[in-house]
Design a protein around this ligand. Structure first.
Ligand code: NAG
Length: 279
């Protein structure tokens, strides 16, 4: 049933070994320790970390010592997705009120009770549509809360909604389960106003492949985080799915990154997503 996400990880054995003893409590405390570490600028507060940890920032090899985690950030907002099936977490971190604003997305993957793979996407002033104040404003208004058990979508349905959205960038015939309402938060830009008529099917580019997708899925909140290569650009797309339909989309796009060595060519997106709206 979860074949696709396992294959996408390319690390089947450690995940299968860890899945059985991976609880929400464990994932929650690890993800909370990430927030504590980032707040203090002290990577040693992140626990537990595997000796063989593979750590990347913007899809390039990095170290804790010279990385973002060594910089204390005032965290104004954080939200976790906990994936007990893959033993993985996704955390959205917004620092809007500190001296230097940041919005981060972090995927952590665990094996044998410790994080063995960690990917951090870092957006800051100058990145596409970046505005941490606006991001904080919209992100704190949205409801990403627990969905009652009887109304939850399956992991497959949640992932399919995310994949449909990602696929339509290169194939306009794909049917995307748009929710009504639905809103996209990209950098600091919001496609809606928080009202019942918010729409997500506006200004989707064409001719660009969103590939190398790595998922973290939390069916208790209908959330799926997808780290992907947006025509070679490190990118995070996160979705909230309700009743099989897209409700919220959050993106982080690291235009300034040098790429991840898995680029899909030099094609440029032809839609609005690469062009900030006029003031
Ligand atoms: C960022 O967003 C805030 C809140 O929406 C707005 O007041 C501010 O002017 C924006 N900053 C820039 C640089 O666009």
């Amino acid at each position: 049933m979860h074949t696709f996400s396992f294959l996408a990880l390319g690390a089947i054995a450690p995940l299968l070994a860890s899945a059985a003893d991976c609880t929400r409590e464990f994932l929650q405390s690890s993800a909370d320790s990430l927030v504590a570490a980032q707040t203090a600028g002290d990577p040693s507060l992140l626990k537990p970390v595997s000796e063989g940890l593979v750590y990347q920032e913007n899809f390039a090899a990095a170290t804790f010592k010279s990385g973002i985690l060594a910089t204390p950030l005032k965290i104004d907002h954080s939200r976790h997705s906990l994936d007990t099936t893959q033993c993985a977490t996704y955390t959205e971190l917004i620092s809007a009120k500190g001296s230097v604003p940041y919005v981060l997305g972090v995927q952590m993957r665990f094996s044998d009770g410790a994080v063995f793979k960690m990917d951090t996407l870092i957006t800051k002033t100058g990145e596409w549509l970046f505005n941490a104040t606006s991001t904080l404003n919209w992100a704190s208004k949205e409801d990403w809360g627990t969905i009652p058990e009887a109304k939850r979508d399956s992991r497959a349905v949640i992932q399919a909604a995310a994949d449909a959205y990602c696929d339509i960038f290169s194939d306009k015939s794909v049917v995307v389960p748009w929710g009504h309402p639905c809103a996209r938060l990209e950098g600091g830009m919001y496609t809606g106003n928080g009202g019942p008529n918010d729409k997500c099917d506006v200004g989707i580019p064409s001719g660009v492949a969103l590939v190398d997708r790595r998922y973290v899925i939390d069916e208790t909140v209908g959330a799926v985080s997808v780290f992907l290569s947006f025509a070679g650009i490190p990118d995070s797309h996160e979705f909230r799915v309700e009743n099989g339909k897209l409700r919220f989309v959050h993106t982080l796009t690291v235009m300034s990154a040098k790429g991840n060595g898995k680029t899909t060519g030099k094609r440029k997106a032809r839609g609005s997503i690469m062009r900030p709206p006029r003031k």
